[in-house]
Design a protein around this ligand. Structure first.
Ligand SMILES: Nc1nc2c(c(=O)[nH]1)N[C@H]1C(S)=C(S)[C@@H](COP(=O)(O)OP(=O)(O)OC[C@H]3O[C@@H](n4cnc5c(=O)[nH]c(N)nc54)[C@H](O)[C@@H]3O)O[C@H]1N2
Ligand SMILES: Nc1nc2c(c(=O)[nH]1)N[C@H]1C(S)=C(S)[C@@H](COP(=O)(O)OP(=O)(O)OC[C@H]3O[C@@H](n4cnc5c(=O)[nH]c(N)nc54)[C@H](O)[C@@H]3O)O[C@H]1N2
Ligand code: SF4
Ligand SMILES: [Mo]
Length: 918
């Protein structure tokens, strides 16, 4: 449970580690405390964050408890193969020892390979694994099993950026760092909600702008996001039209003569074709503006600003990558940077920002089905030979393996007989996510390593392997700006949990493979570092290109040196070896990684997203993130501090669209696509484009009855990168006609009742909350409520009923303390949950509180703070709005001075700004 006392691993000195969430890669100091959970703070010496943390990082302490953890290897017999919403395998779990579990995995994989060949097995990994885990998995699969059926959730994340970089630069290289963002005169954020998804970096940007107010910020996103609150210009382009926009920009720059002719002539190829394609799409500004559905004035402003600011960084993220034209979107942006020579110098360049903490490390080890290791290429026979020689491996995969979406399709078709899923939750995060269930149900052997005991994916596992979690595991990660840092353990290993690399090596040894005798993570990192430098020098005898990814300078660290490792940006070539051309400020010398040293313009003829809206599915479904949750919520879902900002799954749409569809704010709506359906709370938001609906990705069967948006997403992928079109699926949205709405707050775990056709579970500080709704009226609310709240016959039970109005309220009090309460109504305007939640912190419920409980409203009008805006200080919207109005506050600084809100992590500053302007 939160706040559990954890035994100490070592004397209380701060341990330097890094945050397990986003790709900013903030450093943390964890100080173990006797008799209390460790104290966590931002590391003032880490180059990414200089001591700052966002709200997710600041709340990490609330996720360290062992409740819900998977602590022993388990196995179960499959009883049937039918996909079932809550899991196909209904046999009971049996604990087993590690040797038996590893043996079972090795035998299962071995048998599938023996019967059907190496391509009948697969690994599906994650950008949240440590570099060492990733390295061992890739080595096992590609070099020893001999198949490239190893892919990762990075396929769903930045594989379009990888493909775009390779086309343009010849190697997957990100030429921009965080300081460039601060030095830029123009920052363009394309398909990135940086304020919520990379908050500490966003705040670095905001501060840089305060220091240099002339710096401009442009946001290109169909939605008006929190990031837009700080923008000088927001281009709410029609979803999927980025290539038109950037083709238009290239044509405009050409027409204005804004070319860097020397750079283009000496360091690039392919301009003519790219420009011809751009001009074909963008014959004039009016056409581009119309296609992108923005005003010509806004378009021209953007184009002029781009033309006029040499120091320009274009940050792009999932609004670009997650598209059936994702790779072309990436190259259309890079084209504009090459044309203006804006790359390789401070304060400029195209910046693919990574999402996961070790997405970059996964690229280094070549975790994708089409890459090798150390930025080498699977398709290149010389590269395969090089890696095979280094690994001394018996075989080597010689063709690309299946990419995530294809992999699960092949599995459903029976072509994958055994899979090991590690550090990812594909039943939630894949597109057409019900297909993932069918696929896993059809697979003979499903092995899942995870830190939690219950996830939507584990529901389909035959073998569950307990992994060490953040705080317990140790290894390297690389952030968005190529900075390698250590994650370090500051907690003891709980139960029998093991490091992921350790499980992989154990299975490899049991499969009879040599080269997996690691006893410490430092040995694996050393091997990875040596491979990066191995024959990494140009020479006619090699036929090899010099690779920019070289960390040979980090080879040779023993356990102690590894333990003391300080953050370093790569490349770090071995001492004495010259850096590859193009390293340092990457591409500073104008030399790129293509054989001829030149970058490539890529012709990117624009094409529309795969599926258009039609009469049946008239809206476009866009999916993405909220501020305070991480992905499938397995960890952030346990933190009360993080639950309050967006407690429930929602569907945001424009108020006019809401009106036309009969959807009120706060009502429930059902969403249908060709692929699946779900139910969510309606949020009317004037910042949404007409005809679009936004749904967060986070909720799943562990937290809600029916809110897994992945099930609705079309599985179309980009032909080059294999990345799915997560941001564009035609959808229908209609009222979910519930006969009753209600909610329960309980000190104990709250099990959603069978009568609820819809529910959401929310972690509170002293209680659990369940939001409920039912399609059929409750016959006996009172008996139902007493049973649900588990109140004994003689319990102190207070209640209020207005049977005619269908209203029922009840509370169960024990020794003066509120144990549980329930509220039911035919409407959605139920009492404020935050105020009720605060009653659980009280030692004694006085008569006024008992009365107000039955009234369903606080006695003082101000007692309900409203939905939380500042999670650090628990400041709600009502409190903020009252202070703004009552005290005439004008700036976020004044709000902070008055209420503290925004004064710690700063994640809520965009929302404070919004409230000030409202
Ligand atoms: N709080 C939080 N932070 C996170 C994560 C998290 O789960 N929670 N996850 C991390 C991970 S792994 C990732 S990959 C990053 C993702 O970080 P982001 O990419 O910033 O986040 P998203 O919300 O997926 O999408 C970004 C924006 O793309 C917009 N968009 C949709 N369609 C289009 C389009 O056609 N064109 C353009 N230009 N924009 C479009 C969406 O409206 C959305 O606002 O976040 C990381 N950080
Ligand atoms: N609709 C839609 N879907 C999307 C996206 C979108 O924008 N829209 N975005 C996509 C993107 S960018 C991403 S990155 C993915 C993310 O999607 P996932 O990777 O599926 O999401 P997570 O919740 O991060 O899954 C991590 C899993 O690993 C477990 N875990 C945590 N630590 C460890 C560890 O140390 N070892 C092991 N073995 N397990 C561990 C967690 O409990 C959890 O079950 O979602 C993708 N899916
Ligand atoms: S910005 Fe927040 S989530 Fe991202 S690494 Fe830093 S503290 Fe963690
Ligand atoms: Mo991601």
């Amino acid at each position: 449970m939160n706040g559990t006392t954890i035994p100490l691993l070592r004397a209380p000195a701060p341990v330097r580690t890094t945050c397990p969430y986003c790709g900013v890669g903030c450093g943390l100091l964890a100080t173990p405390r006797a008799g209390a959970s460790p104290q966590l703070a931002g590391d003032p010496e880490h180059p990414a964050n200089a001591g700052r943390l966002c709200v997710k990082g600041a709340a990490l302490g609330e996720t360290l408890g062992l409740q819900g953890r998977l602590l022993r290897p388990r196995m179960r017999q499959r009883q049937h193969q039918d996909p079932h919403p809550q899991g196909a395998q209904s046999g009971p779990w049996l604990d087993l020892s590690w040797p038996k579990a590893l043996e079972a995995v090795a035998r299962g994989f071995g048998s599938a390979i023996e019967r059907h060949g190496p391509d009948a097995v697969a690994l599906y990994l994650s950008g949240q694994l440590l570099t060492e885990d990733y390295y061992v998995a890739n080595k096992l699969m590609k070099g020893f099993i001999g198949s490239a059926n190893i892919d990762t959730n990075s396929r769903l994340c930045m594989s379009s950026a990888v493909a775009g970089h390779k086309r343009a630069f010849g190697e997957d290289l990100v030429p921009v760092g965080y300081a460039d963002l601060e030095q830029a005169d123009l920052v363009v954020l394309v398909g990135s909600n940086l304020a919520w998804c990379h908050p500490v970096l966003f705040q670095r940007l905001v501060r840089a702008r305060q220091a240099r107010p002339a710096m401009k910020l442009v946001v290109i996103d169909p939605r008006r996001t929190a990031t837009c609150e700080f923008a000088d210009l927001h281009l709410p382009i029609r979803s999927g039209t980025d290539v038109w926009l950037f083709n238009g920009l290239l044509a405009f720059l050409a027409q204005q003569g804004e070319i860097e002719p020397d750079f283009v002539a000496r360091h690039t190829r392919g301009l003519e074709q790219a420009l011809a394609a751009a001009r074909a799409d963008a014959c004039d500004l009016a056409t581009v503006a119309r296609t992108c559905s923005i005003s010509q004035e806004a378009l021209t402003t953007f184009y002029r600003w781009f033309a006029g600011h040499a120091r320009c960084v274009s940050v792009f993220s999932q609004g670009v990558n997650q598209s059936s034209a994702g790779t072309d979107k990436v190259n259309s942006i890079i084209n504009c940077h090459l044309f203006t020579g804006r790359i390789g110098r401070p304060g400029m360049g195209p910046f693919s920002i990574t999402g996961q903490p070790n997405a970059m490390g996964g690229r280094e080890v070549g975790g994708l089905a089409n890459t090798l290791a150390a930025h080498l290429e699977l398709a290149n026979p010389a590269h395969r030979a090089l890696v095979q020689q280094f690994w001394q491996s018996p075989r080597m995969a010689d063709r690309p393996g299946l990419q995530a979406v294809q992999l699960f399709q092949a599995m459903e078709a029976g072509r994958i007989k055994a899979i090991w899923i590690m550090g990812t939750n594909p039943v939630v995060s894949l597109p057409d996510a019900d297909q993932a269930r069918r696929a896993l149900a059809a697979c003979e052997l499903v092995v899942v390593s995870d830190v939690m005991a219950a996830t939507d994916t584990l529901a389909y596992a035959d073998i569950a392997l307990p992994a060490l979690a953040w705080g317990e595991k140790s290894g390297m990660v690389t952030n968005s700006e190529r900075c390698i840092s250590r994650q370090r353990a500051f907690l003891p290993a709980p139960g029998e949990a093991r490091a992921d690399w350790d499980m992989l090596a154990g299975v490899a040894r049991r499969m009879g493979f040599a080269g997996f005798d690691y006893t410490h993570a430092s040995q694996i990192f050393d091997e990875h570092a040596r491979l990066s430098a191995y024959r990494n020098h140009p020479g006619p005898e090699d036929g090899q290109q010099r690779r920019c990814f070289n960390i040979g300078g980090l080879a040779g660290m023993d356990a102690a040196a590894y333990d003391a490792f300080q953050p370093r940006h790569w490349p770090v070539p071995p001492s004495g070896m010259a850096s590859a051309p193009g390293s340092g400020q990457l591409f500073g010398d104008g030399v790129f990684a293509h054989e001829d040293g030149r970058a490539r313009f890529v012709a990117t003829p624009a094409r529309a997203p795969a599926h258009a809206a039609d009469a049946r599915y008239p809206f476009i479904l866009n999916t993405g993130r909220v501020r305070d949750q991480w992905h499938t919520m397995t960890r952030t879902g346990q933190a009360p501090t993080l639950a309050e900002h967006s407690p429930e799954p929602f569907a945001a749409l424009h108020p006019h669209d809401g009106l036309q569809s009969g959807l009120r704010e706060g009502a429930l709506a059902r969403l249908h696509t060709h692929w699946g359906a779900m139910v969510a709370r309606v949020r009317l938001d004037a910042g949404m484009a007409r005809g679009t609906v936004f749904v967060p990705i986070h909720w799943n069967a562990q937290f809600a009855s029916d809110a897994r948006v992945g099930a609705l997403v079309n599985p179309v992928t980009d032909p080059l990168s294999g990345e799915p079109e997560f941001k564009h699926t035609p959808v229908r949205i209609e009222p979910f006609e519930a006969a009753w709405h209600g909610f329960v707050l309980m000190r104990q775990a709250c099990r959603p009742p069978a009568e609820a056709d819809w529910w959401v579970r929310i972690q509170g500080r002293d209680f659990e909350r369940c939001e409920l709704a039912g399609l059929r009226p409750l016959a006996e609310p009172r008996a139902w409520a007493r049973q649900l709240l588990g109140a004994p016959a003689q319990a102190d039970w207070i209640e209020y009923q207005d049977a005619g109005a269908g209203i029922y309220r009840a509370g169960h009090v024990e020794q003066g303390r509120l144990q549980a309460c329930v509220f039911l109504s035919p409407r959605t305007d139920l009492p404020p949950r935050r105020w009720l939640g605060s009653l659980f912190a009280q030692e004694r419920l006085g008569d006024p509180e008992r009365a107000s409980l039955m009234l369903g409203q606080p006695l003082q009008a101000r007692a309900d703070a409203g939905p939380i805006v500042c999670a650090c200080f628990g400041v709600g919207r009502n409190t903020i709005c009252a202070a703004i109005a009552g005290q005439g506050l004008k700036t976020t600084a004044e709000v902070t001075a008055c209420l503290k809100a925004g004064g710690n992590c700063g994640s809520c500053l965009p929302e404070l700004k919004h409230l000030l302007m409202a």
